[in-house]
Write a protein that binds this ligand. Sequence first.
Ligand SMILES: Nc1ncnc2c1ncn2[C@@H]1O[C@H](COP(=O)(O)OP(=O)(O)OP(=O)(O)O)[C@@H](O)[C@H]1O
Length: 632
Amino acid sequence: MTSSASNKDLALLILEQVENSSSSAKFWEKSLPIVQQFFKLESLVVLQSVPPEWKRVGHAGELPKDPPIQLAAEALDKFAPSRSGTWIALPLDQKQVILMNGSLSDDRLQGLQVMLASIHQIVEGQQQRARRIRRLEKILEITHAWGQSECMQSLLEAMAEAATELLAADRASIFLWDKANKMLVGRPALGIKADGELRIADNTGIVGQVVQTREPRRVGGGMDDNQIARKIDQETGYHTRTLLCVPLIGPQGQCMGAFEVLNKKEGLFTDEDEQGLIELAAHAAVALENTQQWQELLSKHQLLVEEAAEGLQLIGESAVIGAVRSTIRRIADTDLAILVLGENGTGKEIVARSIHYLSRRRDQPFIAVNCAALTETLLESELFGHEKGAFTDAHETRAGKFELATGGTLFLDEIGDMSLSGQAKMLRVLEDKTIVRVGGSQSIHTEVRILAATNQDLGKMVREKRFREDLFFRLNVVSLELPPLRERGEDVFLLSEHFLENFCRNMGRNKPQFSTAAKKKLLEHPWPGNIRELRNLMERLAYLTSGDRIEADDLAFINAGAGGDALHFDFNASLADATRDFQQKYIKQTIENAGGNMSKAAKRLNLHRSNLYRKIKQLEMGIGDEDDDEDS
Ligand SMILES: Nc1ncnc2c1ncn2[C@@H]1O[C@H](COP(=O)(O)OP(=O)(O)OP(=O)(O)O)[C@@H](O)[C@H]1O
């Protein structure tokens, strides 16, 4: 470099090094020799203050054994050049100082300071941006896996590990805020082996301050050291030297706790570390909230499964029901296809549900399809789903029952009513274990357990070629036959008590007792409608009787149910009309059962005799004119 070269030439030369340097150390390595040569200096050293030490960032010329550190400190303190003998100290920013050994006029020194400080600022800015990009890339890489985590403990551990790595710290903990109990729960907890959890009051130490103020805190290196809660250190057996703690702010702006890192491996936590931890904490809060919600959903789901399983009571002490129960227990946890046989209302669906809830599929869906209720075209789309536009009404793509039941159980009720072409499609799916949605072309794998039920004689249907033999064998690996209610003896009474108890509880009334005659009547009835008929009768008794006893006469309409018109409802009628119709029939039947004795009928209906007449008039029944009444 010629002596005529100006400060401007020097600046351009140094700026060139900014472009070509990948780090601040590289920049100084390249630019210090240029400065040294330009000013004919003996040596230069760039020092950075890292309390309580000084770190050498770069040098040119012969490295002095004993650089005048005191001079560097003085220059930094007053933020102006300082001289001592042939040494000059020039502050570059709040932390860095350049020490030069040589002769330099005050004028040239001032020009050099302005130039170096500006270029240093450019270098630092560039380096900061590069570090920020690297940090964000690292955070993205780290946090990618968090979104899929379903286990809180392993998520917290992964977060702590990521923070120690990102900030070159020794340890990290996440404190979740249990606001209701005013506690902070730290996990993973340092030195606490018992359950890996550290519980402290939410106003304790730096963590307490951070959650209360929602402001980050940095402590250590002599500054505010007394604020470190040594009580926690004593408890954990760990010595905290430096600490950085930021709040965990959830997606809705709520403070969920704090993220804390301890003991930076070298020096103190910096502004950039703080920024990095804030960014990491933002991702951590989202992942924690998702995992918390997921776990809440999971436990709610498990609670619902428990409730559903507990609510499924297969009532009955008869030998036949005992045998059904023991078969269910034996086959439930296999994946065998089971065909449940029995008349309508004998409990086929409740048996299928019991099998599902006793199997390892209990946490997965139980999906029931009534094959009789679906037309042939509907059946296919219902079972296998359809693609958008597959037919006129297919406005949306919809998954079929097979897909919805994946992992669980598919119950095909009234399988005997499935058309032959439906049976062929069903057989193909059972064999291939794949379905294709209507209007689609992609094969979708399904993994479901099939349970089927029918009230028809499938063997006879096979012989008459109305049911495919191959499908019959596939569905009928094990068959379970449910006897009609009339063959279950005393079970009728147990079921009656069970249903009546449930209905009365729902209504908030005490369960009435059956008289001996009423019980006899229940046991003698042929129950053509099976358990459903019995259940409906108990519902009506719960609503329509009011005393604490049920007499045989109260059961009058079970006979009517078998043949008469009392049980036939017009389901097109409004509720008001249906109620009126029911009341008319019920009163008429009660009067008949009482042999036309209006006082007896009124007593049975728990009405005053005159009120019964008023009711009859109001319902326009045209019977039992008060004057015609012969009883009393
Ligand atoms: N053993 C039982 N214990 C308690 N409740 C039962 C029992 N069996 C059946 N039920 C109840 O009786 C009603 C009819 O039972 P379910 O629907 O299981 O019969 P189903 O044979 O599937 O009828 P369908 O053939 O009409 O489909 C349901 O309310 C069911 O909960």
